[in-house]
Design a protein around this ligand. Sequence first.
Ligand code: IVH
Length: 668
Amino acid sequence: MNRTDAKKRVAKLREEISRHDHLYHVLDRPEISDAEYDRLLRELAALEAAYPDLATPDSPTRRVGAPPRDDLPKVPHVKPMLSLESVTDEADAREFDRRVRKGLETDEVLYAVEPKFDGLSVELVYEDGVLARAATRGDGATGEEVTPNIRTIRTVPLRLRGARLPRTVAIRGEAIMPLEAFRKLNRWMTEREQPAFANPRNAAAGSLRQLDSRITAGRPLAFYAYEIMAIEGGDAPATHGAELELLSSWGLLVDAHRTTCRAIDEAIAFHASLAVKRDSLPFEIDGVVVQIDDKTARGRLGVRSRSPRWAIAFKFEARKEITIVEDIVVQVGRTGKLTPVALLRPVDVGGVTVSRATLHNAGEVAKKDIRVGDTVRIERAGDVIPAIVERIPRKGEKRRGAFRMPDACPVCGARVAEDGAYHFCTGGPSCPMQLRRGIEHYASKGALDVDGLGAKTVAAMVERGLVRSIADLYRLDEAALLELDGFAEKSAANLVSALRAAKQVPLERFLYALGIRNVGEHVASLLAGHYGTLDAVMEAAEDDLLEIHEIGPEAASSVSGFFAEKRTRALVAELRSLGVDVLPAPRRAGPRPLAGKTFVFTGTLEELSRDEAERLVKSLGGRAASSVSAKTSYVVAGVEAGSKLEKARRLGVTILSEKEFRKLVGNN
Ligand code: IVH
């Protein structure tokens, strides 16, 4: 293809891809399969790599994130980003309405009422239809520039749709993390023993304000547009409703839960009905925004220093509460991890009684400085475990001593060991709590999925000494189960046959069921797909594990460490002798021409992003490392390569140019 043809094709592909982005992410009405979409994107990336001068900032290929920056530069907003006066009860909403009518000297007011999204406020500036800049609200006057991060959000068009676009337009909206993504992210963080986010708002802010926008790219944020802040070379609509229509026609996501009200009573009713729907929405909202629909009327009322007189945030009952820490206890998890948990004086938080909150680890307790007797603010988001947001100091309070992790496991008394930010009971399965949690996990949904083996039953079995290891589960008979409270002949027979049926278990479920640290369902399925059989996984060396795309050093080290343990091998042998049959998985691995080879990239690559290059290496069975050693197979030197290149020369490591690298991996 010559350059002219390439240019045409690139333009066509960009238009196609952005149309499909819009159909999928904004309209929720996809027309093509994910695979077809990926093909279009790959074709575009290949053309942009072949003709670098055709690359543009609004290309869909730019959604993958850019290399990390040193800081987020401060930028002034086009216009101050105001906030809203908040009210929480009906009487205050009526008072607002009274002031509005008085100020406008009329009883005919139309209100636009819509959800108040619980995320962070962002300003997008489009120049000639192209996304030029994005900034967080900051202090209202200046924000942080987060353009590369915002580009990764699929519901933000990189180019506005439609003809007759304004020369410049500043659009305000909310960046949020949908609840499902939030839960998934927290599960992912917890699996890696990192502290979870307290709520989707923190998760959205934490994800958006990353110096490395490639991290943002991996976090599925959404953006809802709700205001045109400034416009040049075009006309601003006369009403809020028309404004939202215009934003939507430009391809931005505008939420459908909105209405107009002729009287404040209607707005109050809408607030109440949305409060009921709140828990079934896919994202968090914390109230409704009530604002005058007509812009001219808004102008007549004007703004105060920080908020307009023509709008209020009519908030829902808070899911935050204040209570007292009555005790801090230490819980033992299935991997032996010790988690401090605050026992709270029970309070109602948005309709749910809360009496405990996790404190994650000793560092977290120290950082928030939480002690028994303290007054604290707690928060519940979605159906998530409540978190302590902060301590509220009180005048003249006499505080207890600081919390300390015990030296011995509170359940079995075994020695406690420290590993990074966490403490662990070293008792292994001889700790009754580790055993209990381990068995619960073994029988849980994503694992062996054994019906009738819930937490209560497991606790009773362990307490009675019926099971001392996972293997004992298969030795249970009906007579033994009948000793336990709540078992009758039928239920005992059912559990025994459920356990028998679960003896045939797919490899990935079995790997997950074993409860290896850092191995969640996803990692388990990667391992199964890569190695195919349990024996192959058991023999895998740490270096070999690291070559699997998406398996990081923590998971690699726990897997190889786990299977190196004598007691693991004994357990597996015992399970097999009891008839457990781990079914091999179809191998997903492709050809692995780079197996055993380690690559280090240095300097800036011109045709590929660092991420793409590393992914290529991994997909071919090789490994990408960050520092050069004598074991490094190749150093790929881009523009302005520095000390790593020197080190490679010193150690005699083979040095490749980007071109040579691409030839080696067949990407040219
Ligand atoms: S209108 C003049 N509409 O709530 C103010 N704000 O203090 C224009 N928010 O920081 C804001 N959802 O980030 C508006 N549908 C919505 C909103 C919304 C969330 C946020 C906004 C602002 C805060 C109010």
